[in-house]
Design a protein around this ligand. Sequence first.
Ligand code: BTN
Length: 257
Amino acid sequence: MELNTKYMGHNIKYFDEINSTNVYAKQLIKEVKPPEGTLIWSDKQLQGKGRLGRTWASAANVGIWMSLILYPKLEPEKISPLTLVAGLAMCQSLREISGLNIKLKWPNDLVVNGKKICGILSEMIMLAEQEVAVVTGIGVNVNTKEFDTELAYATSLLLETGKQFNREVIISKFLSQFECLYEVYNKEGTFLSLRHEYENLCVNMDADVCIHIGDEKFLAKAVSLSDNGNLCVRYEDGRLEEVSSGEVSVRGVGNYV
Ligand code: BTN
C-alpha cells in the first residue's frame, strides 16, 4: 500500500481472517508493545466487536476492518475524544474519495442519507500510572451489496454510489489525515482547534436527540461541542448539560440519525 505518513501504518499486520482486530491489537500491546501507528487489518472478522457489547458484521472482501495502536501523551480522561479525531479524519477522507455527503454522528458513527456507513470502537489499556495505549478500531462498509434484515439502518459506499471502491486507497488517505489531526490533538490536549470542523460535519448540531444512558432516555437539543469533545445539549426545561462520549448513545427522535 502506498503511504504518505511519517509513522501511521508503517508497521502493518494483515490477516485474511481474524476474530477481531481490536482484540488482537490489545493482545499485541500486552505481549510486544508494537510501535505507535501499528495497523492491524483483516479482510474478514469472525467476531467483530461493536460498541456497548454489540457485534459488528465484518464479511470478507467488502469492508475495512482495522485497528490502530496509539500511545498518546495524554491523561486518561483525554483519551475518549480520540474517537472523535478518528471519526473526523475518516469522514473527511470518505467525503473526498466518494463525493458523498457523509456526516459525523457524535460520538462514533459516520452516516449518509440517514444510514450508518462506519463505526468506531476505541479501547484503552493502562500500561503504567500515567501511560496509556489506545486501540482505535474502525469498520467501514465499502463494497457491501446487502445487509441482514436487522441491519436496516446500515449502508455502504457501493449502495450509495453504485460504484466499487479500492479499500487501500481509503486506508492510505485516512492514515495521512488521521496522523495530522492526531498530532494536533496529542500536542494541544484539547479539541479546541478541531471543534469547528467537527461541528460543521456533525449531523446532530441543532437537531433533536434522544440520549440513551443505560436504560434511561432523555430528549434534548444538541447545541454545540465543548473544548473537550463533549456534546452540549439543552433539555426541554431549558437546562444545559454536557454529555461525555463514554457509555452514551445518541439517536435522532424516532429515527437512527
Ligand atoms: C460500533 O459502531 O459499534 C463500532 C464498530 C467498530 C467495528 C470495528 S471493525 C475493526 C475493529 N475490530 C472490531 O472488532 N471492531 C472494530
